[in-house]
Design a protein around this ligand. Structure first.
Ligand code: SF4
Length: 346
């Protein structure tokens, strides 16, 4: 097998005379679809797919799940969340285990269900754990405003929302990519204009396809050929250049953008609930003073940052598997560890 090397002029991988284009697939869902539908094989001669940082559950700070599980143990607290949060370890337990011990952990499908719960359970403190990027941050902001107007001061959010493009920018130095693939869901609030500016600043092309195999195929074909900055948007999606202004206003109203400090695992900006909405901030209302601060053994964050692969983790496929995940990268269907576990044959 010919040696694989990086050129100085370009980050593209060379195999003999053939140059492989490295595409960073920002969304965990799209990376999963690419693996699941065998698209990696179709482009095996020309493209190398790099996992991006867009896994919602993996984007929280390291203590997010320690804090969440610790809060679930407090009196008169109901955690209302999607079932994807249940198996993620924190504070020496998981929400699933705490539910078995009798703690109130409710599975909800939308944030409106959480508001309804808050309305019917006024004596309890309802906690909604919120991770993800602008699209989800806008929904959380809308719910906080609704709760404020309705006087639902028992509705609180354990917030871990982050700006997507700052997170992507933070991994670019590690992953050496030639092109970017974004999901329309992730960028609909930001707008294509902001994405275009981002890719032109980083001197690379980008594509925004849907998750269906033929949509991904068309976008990858475009990126395979495109060497200069440029953007392909799947014609089946109507994305505005300026984004969703109303959603942006909601985010600006409810959140402040704060720079990541030393304690922040990604050291990139994050959205913090503004002080006038403190009553809805679970971190302030329900301080979890007893959560474990010891380092979790799971090195998920190095995997998200592209510094390591799951195959380099000593727990992968041993103590850690989708039925017994040690971290969000294995617990989440968007996480690289789960995707490699299910779709890569060694
Ligand atoms: S294999 Fe498990 S322990 Fe290792 S990084 Fe992935 S989730 Fe964490």
């Amino acid at each position: 097998m010919p040696a694989i090397k990086f050129t100085e002029r370009s980050n593209r991988m060379q195999t003999g005379n053939k140059r492989k284009k490295r595409i960073l697939v920002v969304s965990g869902n799209q990376y999963r679809a690419i693996k699941m539908h065998g698209i990696t094989k179709r482009f095996s001669e020309s493209v190398e797919f790099i996992y991006g940082p867009g896994c919602v559950l993996c984007s929280g700070n390291k203590d997010f799940f320690h804090r969440l599980v610790a809060i679930s143990k407090q009196e008169n607290v109901i955690i209302a969340t999607g079932d994807n949060y249940l198996k993620i370890p924190g504070n020496g337990s998981t929400l699933e285990k705490e539910r078995r011990k009798g703690r109130e952990i409710r599975t909800v499908y939308t944030i409106n269900d959480v508001l309804l719960l808050a309305k019917h359970k006024r004596r309890d403190k309802i906690v909604f754990p919120a991770l993800g990027f602008e699209t989800m941050a806008a929904a959380t902001a809308a719910a906080i405003l609704q709760a404020k107007v309705a006087g639902l001061f028992n509705f609180t959010v354990l917030n871990g929302h982050r700006p997507l493009l700052d997170l992507v920018a933070s991994v670019l130095p590690f992953v050496k990519t030639d092109a970017l693939l974004f999901s329309p869901y992730d960028v609909t609030v930001l707008g294509t204009g902001v994405v275009e500016t981002f890719v032109s600043k980083n001197k690379m092309p980008a594509a925004i396809p849907g998750d269906e195999p033929e949509q991904l195929h068309r976008a990858i074909k475009y990126l395979e050929k495109q060497d200069s900055p440029g953007m392909y948007v799947d014609p089946q999606f109507i994305l505005k250049a300026e984004g969703e202004i109303k959603s942006q206003q909601l985010i600006n109203e409810v959140f402040e953008t704060v720079n990541g400090d030393e304690k922040d695992i990604f050291k990139t900006p994050y959205y913090s609930i503004a002080s006038m909405y403190t009553l809805h901030d679970a971190e302030k209302r329900l301080p979890a003073t007893h959560y474990q601060t010891r380092e979790n053994a799971c090195p998920c964050h190095d995997i998200i940052k592209g510094k390591n692969t799951p195959f380099q983790c000593r727990y992968f496929k041993k103590e850690c598997n989708p039925l017994n995940p040690l971290g969000p990268c294995m617990a989440s269907r968007e996480g690289l560890c789960q995707i490699e576990f299910l779709y890569t044959k060694e």
